[in-house]
Design a protein around this ligand. Structure first.
Ligand code: NAP
Length: 303
């Protein structure tokens, strides 16, 4: 019997493990892919209190090492269901099942796809959702980044360092991301903004050879001759496996407030996977602490 099953090994899940272990509880993190979560893909973090600059990868690895040094066990198993089981919960993974006194859902969010034809089949052939992972394959080539948030702006700045040309395609003429990042891009000679536009087709047979963009105001179509398309249009939750045990809001995030309490006693939600206003590294870490301490209190109260 585990004390706390933590579903997800991103910032929220790893922080929850640190707090749970320091409170003397047996906590196991279940992670389907790799520890670290979304922040691994961020080249530069400059807004985490107390750390002026760190890469997302370094941050995630540091957090993971910190949790492991305290005794965190990480199981690389995909959790497919969480069900009430008497006074505990049955956590089912692709390969096993575990009993836990409490569960913290810290499933984060996954990249939102554009949802256009051939997007999926061209992943790895020019379509990417991670500039820091795949950018090096496009050295001295022309690429496009789609999106207007901080991720798209940072990806574009990163790619502009070694791609010949970077088009930034955004559906509006104002950016959601920081003004500072927009100004930085404007100062780069190899960056071109393609505004009020959406990507309407991916061109090329075996690999991306261009993208068609359509101007939302005029309907005019234009082909950008790029060999890479970096999609950075935000995230969406991945909570479908948990609808039997928690309720989701209309956008699919777990209904839980700042206390991280879901409607189900013993099940907590932390980080980007829950309903919240601000999805940042700081708030994910904060949620991990709040959820873990609430789970500890819940277990202690059960006796
Ligand atoms: P985001 O802030 O939600 O931005 C998504 C962007 O994609 C928006 O500009 C949105 O356009 C556009 N978009 C959404 N759906 C679209 C569609 N179907 N077609 C075309 N465009 C679409 O997502 P994000 O940039 O991934 O950032 C997520 C969170 O992480 C944010 O809070 C962000 O500030 C934070 N973040 C912080 C840092 C940092 O501080 N270093 C780095 C990266 C991310 P509209 O603007 O028109 O809605």
């Amino acid at each position: 019997m585990l004390d706390i099953a933590i579903v997800g090994g991103g910032t929220a899940g790893l922080t929850a493990a640190i707090y749970a272990l320091r409170a003397g509880k047996k906590a196991v993190i279940f992670e389907a892919l790799a520890v670290g979560g979304q922040i691994v893909n961020t080249p530069d973090i400059e807004n985490y209190p107390g750390i002026a600059h760190v890469s997302g990868y370094e941050f995630a690895m540091g957090l993971s090492e910190q949790a492991k040094a305290l005794g965190a066990e990480i199981r690389f198993e995909n959790v497919t269901a969480v069900e009430p089981d008497g006074s505990a919960f049955l956590v089912t993974t692709g390969s096993d099942a575990y009993d836990a006194k409490a569960v913290i859902l810290a499933t984060g969010a996954k990249n939102r796809p554009l949802g256009i034809a051939r997007e999926e089949e061209m992943i790895g052939k020019g379509v990417s959702y991670c500039a820091t992972c795949d950018g090096m394959f496009f050295r001295r080539k022309d690429v496009a980044v789609n999106g207007g948030g901080n991720t798209a702006l940072e990806d574009a700045a990163f790619l502009a360092n070694y791609c010949s040309k970077v088009y930034v395609i955004h559906r509006r003429d104002e950016f959601r991301g920081d003004e500072k990042s927009v100004e930085l891009l404007k100062s780069k000679e190899n960056v071109e903004f393609v505004l009020n536009s959406t990507v309407t087709a991916i061109l090329g047979d075996q690999k991306v050879e261009g993208v068609e963009v359509t101007d939302k105001n005029t309907g005019e179509k234009r082909v950008l001759p790029v060999s890479g398309l970096f999609v950075a249009i935000g995230q969406m939750p991945a909570n479908d496996a948990f609808t039997d045990v928690v309720s989701l809001d209309p956008k699919g995030y777990i209904s839980a407030g700042e206390t991280c309490l879901t409607g189900t006693p013993g099940v907590f939600a932390a980080g980007d996977c829950r309903t919240k206003e601000v999805r940042q590294l700081t708030t994910a870490a904060a949620d991990g602490a709040v959820a873990a301490l609430a789970a500890c209190r819940y277990i202690d109260a059960q006796g």
